[in-house]
Design a protein around this ligand. Structure first.
Ligand SMILES: [Mn+2]
Length: 360
């Protein structure tokens, strides 16, 4: 066989490849049509019985030279690609996605806005323990020109025997302190039935890591007129995190702030592993502002400043950190809260790296 003959055959192979390409794309178009109709009828995208029929159909009429098993393997890949295409379509349709809305969502919290390109700090005690304790932290925030106070009233704790928070009493303390110091308050709500009450006392409803997939709570927060700060679950993928936010936005509330707070890995040097790359991914994939909680991701006081710097450098819309007048006696998270002096240094250092404060 001369090389001219090889060239001729190769041209034919190339032609067939192009035909295969066009046919695969034509097939993908049909799969998408089926997917659309399935959605209308509420049917699942994957149908194993139908796939078995398709594989049998390929085996029935196979005359070779490919063995049936080889062909079935190739077609299985084609089926899989079709399924992925349907799932990509669903992702594209997410209301939180950048594809759905190109411009950044700016969440207004009283006089401050989150997501406007200015990097802010949200700080406060892990738990609200008393008026005096909360007021002392508020005073420190005020001194630095910070306006966003966090504080836990309802505390979902790992152990049922740990301090569970002051509940409504805690919300009342937060409200009093916020009014006295002209601050906005962010506090976690753990039960759908408390959302309405919370609206009277706080400015931002926090949904904590352990409740990221509490879908009834997400839906209820979605009906609220208050912004929602949603923390990433401790074992949640970015896709699951986005879908949790989707529950809120699809219930009518688009004022959502995402918060990366570390994920559980095999590493024990830190309490969790701060997934710093989640910040630019979430900024690319969604139009929502993203905060980094340096306290719960590290669980270590000595890592608060370096991780906060990293968060500012990578483009987070803000940082969240815990501060307590006397961390040693704190009723929760004693090991990683800063005292007021450490907090002063923390803020001063971060200002050099772009942190915004209203200080003159
Ligand atoms: Mn805490």
């Amino acid at each position: 066989m001369s090389t001219a003959e090889i060239d001729k055959l190769r041209i034919k192979v190339d032609e067939i490849d192009l035909k295969l390409r066009d046919m695969l794309n034509e097939r993908a178009g049909l799969v998408k049509d089926i997917s659309r109709l399935k959605k209308v009828h509420g049917l699942p995208s994957f149908d194993p019985i139908r796939e078995r029929e398709m594989l049998n159909h390929i085996a029935d009429n196979n005359e070779g030279p490919f063995e049936t098993g080889t062909l079935q393997h190739i077609f299985k890949e084609i089926f899989k690609a079709g399924l992925e295409l349907q799932e990509n379509d669903h992702r594209k349709a997410l209301l939180v996605s950048r594809r759905k809305k190109a411009e950044d969502t700016i969440v207004q919290v009283n006089q401050d806005s989150i997501g406007d390109g200015i990097q802010r700090l949200v700080a406060g005690p892990c738990s609200v323990e008393s008026y005096e304790q909360t007021a002392r932290v508020a005073e420190s925030l005020k001194k630095h020109g910070l306006a966003l106070l966090r504080g836990g009233a309802f505390k979902p704790r790992t152990s049922p025997y740990d301090f569970q928070g002051l509940g409504l009493e805690g919300l009342k303390i937060l409200k009093r302190v916020a009014d006295e110091y002209n601050l906005s308050v962010i506090s976690e709500i753990v039960s759908p039935k408390d959302i309405e009450t919370a609206e009277e006392y706080i400015d931002v409803i926090q949904i904590g890591a352990r409740n990221m997939q509490n879908f009834e709570l997400l839906k209820e927060a979605g009906k609220s007129n208050k912004p929602v700060l949603l923390k990433r679950g401790l074992a949640a993928t970015i896709e699951e995190f986005m879908n949790a936010a989707e529950y809120i936005i699809s219930s009518g509330n688009e004022n959502i702030i995402l918060c990366e707070r570390g994920i559980r890995t095999y590493e024990r040097a830190t309490r969790n592993t701060l997934d710093i790359s989640a910040v630019p991914i979430l900024k690319q994939e969604t139009h929502l502002p993203v905060l980094v909680d340096v306290t719960h991701s590290t669980g270590r006081r000595d890592l608060l400043l370096p991780t906060a710097k990293a968060a500012l450098a990578i483009g987070a819309d803000g940082i969240m950190a815990e501060v307590h007048p006397d961390p040693a006696v704190a009723l929760s998270d004693a090991a990683q809260q800063m005292d007021l002096e450490q907090f002063d240094q923390f803020v001063e250092q971060l200002k050099k790296y772009g942190l915004h404060t209203n200080e003159k």
